[in-house]
Design a protein around this ligand. Structure first.
Ligand SMILES: [Zn+2]
Length: 390
């Protein structure tokens, strides 16, 4: 994500901190310490914030490790002032699995709260009215209270928050995936509006959370709809058949010439008759710097390049392209190069499908929203947000 930097990795998952997180911590320290004239307060607030975000990180790890059980990798976990985000490569298609992944995060908060509760109980610090203890206590009591709030907040069925994912999965057991997502997204957006209105008066963070949920629900619905409209189509239906290919022995200058004189940006690469990969524009630029225009195309591409088969389901190939971040793939049939599939072309296919489905005189323009939201969007719609209200 832009403006975020790596702070380490846990269980092989990259953890990033967003710049705004540091600004937020600085703001808390300044307002709590300098303005109040009590540096001790600032230190206590800082300790609490770091521990809360430790809990947020563990919550996100809960999602990521549950997803790993189903063979789904997590691109990274990002910590933002409003909470954490585990960016899974995709969400499980099976509703039961989505429920496990969605609940694994809140389960971590339950575990943390339980441990804190037991420890505080042993120390005799949980006596008296429950709310008094939680709100008026020290660091551990505050942390316990915050974990309970995180738990409750994340379980609100505001898709795509955890509770909303559970709701979608439950609906998907009875309805189609698209219908279930549409209903869950509408409910999520309803909650988002409520958060927004309440946030407007009481809490700017809640306003921001409402806005993000509203947008994320809409985007994920668009992605699911797009995927559904591609279901059943083979790669062949969306491939380009008029294109230039390069030979592995060609100099990079030939790729430059083709790039400059045509509209094609990515080029399939052959070794004789055998397809060996694809040279993207980005790879061409990097290779030009490294090898110069006389360098060989074969040296510029990754070995064992990704390819698609003409008969393969288009949605599987798109999924692979998103995960591996490839803008295009060479398409093979019987081991021979027969075409090329690009995100751009898939977007065009979607636009055409929508135009054909729309009655004449229907609103134009609205078609493009759905198509670009699905095919070319870098977000795979697999992010699970764990929102902590601070
Ligand atoms: Zn979560």
């Amino acid at each position: 994500m832009r403006w975020s930097f790596r702070i380490g990795s846990i269980a092989g998952i990259r953890v990033e901190l967003h710049v705004t997180f540091l600004l937020f911590v600085g703001w808390i320290v300044v307002t709590q310490g300098l303005f109040s004239g009590r540096p001790g307060n600032a230190l206590a607030s800082l300790a609490l914030i770091l521990m809360v975000f430790g809990c947020v990180l563990l919550h996100e790890l809960g999602h990521a490790l549950a997803a790993r059980r189903y063979g789904i990798r997590t691109r990274d976990i990002i910590l933002l002032p409003i909470g954490g985000l585990a960016r899974l490569e995709r969400m499980p298609d099976k509703p039961a699995q989505e429920i496990v992944v969605a609940l694994a995060g809140p389960a971590v908060n339950v575990a943390i709260a339980a441990v804190l509760g037991v420890v505080l109980g042993r120390l005799g610090r949980l006596g008296g009215p429950f709310t008094d203890t939680l709100l008026g206590g020290g660091l551990a009591e505050s942390l316990l209270a915050i974990n309970l709030v995180m738990l409750a907040f994340n379980l609100i069925p505001a898709f795509p928050m955890d509770g909303g994912r559970v709701l979608r999965a439950l609906l998907a057991m009875k309805l189609s995936y698209v219908q279930a997502t549409r209903i869950a997204a509408r409910i999520g957006q309803g909650f988002a509006l409520v958060f927004g209105v309440v946030g407007l008066f009481y809490n700017a963070n809640l306003l921001l959370v409402g806005l993000l949920i509203f947008l994320a629900a809409g985007e994920e619905h668009a992605i699911v709809r797009t995927r559904a409209s591609l279901t059943g189509l083979p790669v062949r239906a969306a491939m380009i058949t008029q294109f230039d290919a390069l030979d592995a022995h060609d100099p990079l200058q030939r790729a430059v010439d083709l790039l400059m004189t045509g509209s094609q940006q990515d080029f399939p690469v052959l070794a004789g008759e055998v397809p060996v990969g694809l040279l993207t524009r980005a790879e061409l630029l990097v290779a030009l710097q490294r090898l110069g225009p006389a360098g060989r195309v074969g040296e510029a591409i990754a070995p064992h390049g990704e390819v698609a088969d003409a008969a393969e389901p288009l949605e599987h190939v798109l999924q692979r392209m998103r995960v591996r971040r490839r803008p295009a793939l060479p398409v093979l049939s019987g081991g021979r190069l027969v075409g090329m599939v690009t995100l751009e072309n898939v977007s065009e296919l979607l636009l055409i499908q929508q135009a054909l489905r729309r009655p004449p005189g229907g609103a134009p323009g609205s078609a493009s929203g759905g198509a670009t939201g699905g095919a070319s969007s870098g977000a795979s719609g697999g992010a699970t947000g764990g929102v902590a209200l601070l």
